[in-house]
Design a protein around this ligand. Structure first.
Ligand SMILES: C[S@@+](CC[C@H](N)C(=O)[O-])C[C@H]1O[C@@H](n2cnc3c(N)ncnc32)[C@H](O)[C@@H]1O
Length: 307
């Protein structure tokens, strides 16, 4: 399928779709490091720019529009919003791109928290907006570990199908793994995923195999819990602790945090996918990404819908 990608970041979602055989015609992100990462690993089809400034009628025709619109617009104070509310600019841009280009399908990724915003009213509004634009939308809470990603990352995946294409409706791929490994292979553990990496050192030639020296203090909150080598990793984060930096997840050796490379591996980026920018920027790009393996499986599912 021909794809237009908004809010592309480093390109986790795009790279998975590309590997499944789709063409990314055009992509955009406002972050220069993410764009530089994208160019080095995926291609020059990405523009460095602000989605809100784009005239979508000038974009190439496509079968699919993808994008994880950041959800800052959906604050609780914002519930009396409607689609023309100024404060929802990023969601509005995604909505406009769909309304103008009318692709057969769209995929939008968001954080789990969007489900509870306004006691569910935000999601209801999104589904209703897209219905009015001519789309059927399913709202899916996905645990990435169920798709062979060594991480219990939960994300909301909105899948849209244009109403005249409902005989080929986009649905989630089948799960490939399960927690206890009864009917499907067991969830992949941190140790399975990253034990092949040596300890980072100055003469190490593995790209991005460097780590934050933010010391580990086990306090019982996100980014500060002990990692278990025999379980999937907790969610790789894109957010900081208020002190400016992104909080990298502790390595299960208990001595240091995971390197950029190890965090990327937990997000199922291949080991030769190189990230650009300062350490914090690299961690942020990785924490922001859709795991490549899940994107690939979704891409394979899309392949079954091609006519
Ligand atoms: C959740 S991340 C997307 C991750 C991506 N889907 C992936 O799989 O790697 C959201 C992205 O939106 C970008 N962004 C935020 N505001 C933007 C704007 N006004 N125009 C373009 N991109 C924007 C951010 O720089 C960030 O990279």
């Amino acid at each position: 399928m021909d794809v237009v990608s908004l809010f592309s970041g480093a390109g986790g979602l795009d790279f998975g779709l590309l590997k499944a055989g789709h063409n990314i015609l055009w992509a955009i992100d406002i972050d220069k490091d993410a764009v530089s990462t994208y160019r080095a690993n995926i291609g020059y089809n990405i523009v460095l720019g602000d989605v809100t400034k784009i005239d979508f009628s000038c974009l190439p025709n496509c079968d699919l529009i993808i994008g994880g619109f950041p959800c800052q617009g959906f604050s609780l104070a914002n519930l009396r919003r409607n689609i023309s509310d100024e404060r929802n600019v990023l969601y509005k841009s995604f909505y406009e791109a769909i309304s103008v280009k009318k692709p057969q399908y769209f995929i939008a990724e968001n954080v789990k928290g969007i489900l509870s915003l306004g006691k569910g009213k935000v999601v209801k509004q999104i589904v209703s907006d897209f219905k009015n634009a001519g789309y059927d939308v399913s709202t899916n809470l996905v645990n990435m570990a169920d798709y062979g990603v060594p991480q219990t990352r939960q994300r909301v995946i909105f899948l849209g199908t244009r109403l005249d294409c409902l005989d080929r409706k986009l649905t989630l791929p089948h799960k490939t793994h399960e927690k206890n490994g009864i009917d499907l292979p067991k969830w992949i553990s941190m140790k399975d995923a990253i034990s092949h990496f040596p300890e980072p050192s100055e003469d190490c030639t593995i790209p991005n195999h460097v780590c934050s020296n933010y010391k580990i203090a086990i306090r019982n909150f996100t980014g500060h819990r002990k990692s278990d080598p025999n379980k999937p990793s907790p969610t790789i984060l894109a957010r900081g602790n208020g002190g400016g930096g992104v909080v990298a997840i502790p390595h299960y050796n208990g001595i240091r945090r995971m390197t950029i490379r190890e965090s990327a591996c937990i997000q199922t980026f291949p080991d030769d996918f190189v990230f650009s920018g300062a350490m914090n920027s690299c961690y942020r790009q990785i924490g922001n990404a859709v795991p490549v393996r899940f994107a690939f499986l979704l891409g394979k599912q899309l392949k079954t819908l091609e006519v």
